[in-house]
Design a protein around this ligand. Structure first.
Ligand code: C5P
Length: 401
């Protein structure tokens, strides 16, 4: 691809990883122009960044030779994507507030290009309400985020969320944003994994669900260029690059996070939502006692799929549900479309070893037809479903590249 990234390197210890990011982007045929903040130059040199990028590095808003030659407005416009890595707490705060007192912040204010940020900071700084407010503002302004990851920090003995995403992860997210896929500009929601409903502080009701199929669908949609929100219950998986992941536990939280993702073009509800939850979660651990077995009163959970499928202005254009069945798969799936009001059901027969496995065999059912797909890897199911979604959202190939 002959695309251009403007990479803004902020001042953090993770700046050295951004040098590797330059190399990895170039390997994919992306040309990289680099801007470094004053603080970034304390951690990596413009010489090193320039040597890897193969062109001069820009550092100064008031440097006459730089300003007359290219200028911050041109820097802000002459690219397909701006990547900020590391995005420090300070740089995020400036961008969220619209400050423009150095080259990096002036570019972020002047640009009309998509922005991808890879935050990196101490976990306390990340958790601070000020940073979280800035994050919400930046997201609402359209910035995409990759990471931060959880792990060991540079400071000895510190762990937590705040590590910059790895260069490969940032590259994948950038390449996804640069790709003119068939779902470019479309907003997608995927729910995945189980929900967890507390009985007491140590016990819960849940469903068996690895989250693999949902995560694969989120990844495939993002690769096709969609802006993806993944609302996920607890799983052992790492959210795919370029996807906005929201971690929840209960069905009620999953419903709230799903509704917050509106407006949407497509919603794919893959989560294995618990049908019921204890009417009340005991505040203390329920003791094994002599008076007999405890009784757990259950109440029904909200149906997220049915709720998003309700006709109305905010209904996504395409709502897709999943159905795990053990018998009469097509018949039950058709009944589910009618009951929930969704457009398609992807039905799988879970009488075999699909649960937690690598493969899946599904029937794609809509109001007017059914397709039976052969057994294939969950990633392939995701690719094929993404292709069908693209066809449905771009009738007659309109808007497709
Ligand atoms: O009714 P059943 O659980 O079989 O329906 C499965 C489909 O409905 C899946 O797409 C699942 O994600 C969705 N669902 C939901 N909220 C629920 C129950 C199921 O979104 N409370």
């Amino acid at each position: 691809m002959s695309k251009r990234v403007l990479l803004i390197i902020g001042g953090g210890i993770a700046a050295y990883k951004s040098l590797d990011l330059i190399r990895r982007l170039k390997e994919r045929g992306v040309s990289v122009r680099v801007v470094m903040t004053a603080a970034a130059q304390r951690f990596a040199t413009p010489l090193a960044a320039g040597a890897l990028a193969g062109e001069r590095v820009f550092t100064d808003l008031f440097d006459e030779s730089q300003e007359f030659d290219v200028g911050h407005i041109r820097l802000a416009r002459e690219c397909d994507l701006i990547v900020v890595a590391p995005a420090t707490a300070d740089l995020m705060a400036k961008a969220a507030q619209g400050l423009a007192n150095d080259l990096a912040s002036a570019i972020l204010l002047a640009t009309d290009k998509p922005v991808l940020m890879a935050p990196a900071m101490n976990p306390r700084m990340w958790d601070h309400p000020a940073t979280q407010r800035n994050l919400a503002t930046l997201r609402a302004d359209g910035a995409r985020m990759v990471g931060p990851n959880e792990g060991e920090m540079a400071e000895r003995g510190e762990r937590g969320v705040g590590r910059m995403a790895e260069p490969e992860q940032i590259r994948d997210a950038a390449v996804a944003l640069l790709t003119d896929g068939p779902l470019k500009g479309k907003r997608a929601l995927v729910t995945a994994g189980p929900t967890l409903e507390a009985i007491d502080p140590v016990r819960f009701i849940s469903n068996r669900s690895s989250g693999k199929q949902g995560y694969a669908i989120a990844a495939a949609l993002a690769q096709a260029g969609a802006e993806v929100t993944l609302v996920t219950g607890p799983t052992a998986l790492t959210p795919p690059a370029g996807v906005r992941a929201i971690h929840v536990e209960t069905a009620a939280e999953m419903l709230a996070a799903s509704q917050a993702a509106l407006p949407l073009d497509v919603a794919v509800m893959v989560a294995a939502v618990a049908d019921w939850r204890p009417a009340q979660a005991a505040r203390q651990k329920i003791k094994k006692n002599k008076t007999g077995l405890p009784t757990i009163e259950l109440v029904e959970n909200p149906d997220i799929l049915a709720s998003l499928s309700k006709p109305g202005k905010s209904r996504p254009r395409l709502v897709i549900g999943f159905a795990a069945e053990t018998d009469a798969v097509e018949e039950h799936a058709r009944a589910k479309i009618a009951k929930k009001g969704c457009d398609w059901i992807v039905a799988n027969d879970v009488s075999g070893d699909v649960m937690g496995g690598a493969d899946n065999q599904v029937l794609l059912i809509s109001k007017d037809g059914a397709q039976s797909w052969p057994r294939m890897a969950k990633e392939q199911v995701a690719q094929r479903l993404t292709a069908e979604i693209a066809k449905a959202l771009n009738p007659k190939g309109r808007g497709r590249k």
